[in-house]
Ligand binder design. Structure first.
Ligand SMILES: Cc1cc2nc3c(=O)[nH]c(=O)nc-3n(C[C@H](O)[C@H](O)[C@H](O)COP(=O)(O)OP(=O)(O)OC[C@H]3O[C@@H](n4cnc5c(N)ncnc54)[C@H](O)[C@@H]3O)c2cc1C
Length: 142
């Protein structure tokens, strides 16, 4: 969820007020079906951020000028899957980054490269990222 917030500043060299825009993000939201993403009600999250802004940034307008929401795939433990496909060993999976995959990309690239080329990673223990950790969790079945 991204909120754009306006800030009014008096410019001492001008009679006109200046407007600055700030962006605030909340990394959570309601569960949605990807096909129905635009119908999700994010009112609760917007209110939460408005209250946060009022409390912590009193010089900002707490009502957002723009609200945008986007979706990402969450795994049950919020960690990605970095593994071979359980049946088709020539397929390497890197998925389920739960909204924090970008910052992991150098290490993830290294691990996925090792899985593809060397059948495993010599530099990292990838046990916590195996697909099998979810047991029979139906959405993780391939
Ligand atoms: C709103 C939002 C905020 C985020 N904020 C953060 C953050 O603050 N910090 C952070 O670390 N991570 C953040 N992330 C998560 C991060 O962006 C992802 O974890 C990361 O981009 C995943 O990388 P990826 O390469 O697996 O997939 P992607 O970046 O999704 O790349 C997949 C690529 O494959 C292409 N593609 C798909 N299908 C096909 C096809 N059939 N043929 C050819 N190409 C195809 C797509 O167009 C895309 O370019 C955020 C994600 C979202 C959505």
């Amino acid at each position: 969820m991204n909120l754009n917030l306006k800030r009014h500043v008096e410019d001492e060299n001008s009679d006109l007020p200046c407007h600055f825009s700030h962006q605030l993000c909340l990394h959570s939201g309601p569960d949605v079906d990807a096909e129905l993403r635009d119908t999700a009600d994010a009112g609760y999250e917007v209110k939460l951020l408005e209250n946060y802004v009022s409390r912590h940034f009193p010089r900002l307008e707490s009502k957002p000028s723009i609200v945008e929401s986007c979706i990402y795939t969450m795994t049950p433990d919020c960690h990605p899957v970095l593994d071979h496909h359980p049946i088709w060993k020539n397929i390497v999976i890197g998925a389920g980054f739960s909204g924090h995959g970008f910052k992991l990309s150098p290490a993830v690239g290294h691990i996925l490269g090792d899985l593809a080329l060397n059948n495993g990673s010599s530099d990292f223990d990838v046990t916590p990222f195996r697909l099998s950790r979810f047991g029979n969790f139906s959405k993780a079945n391939l």
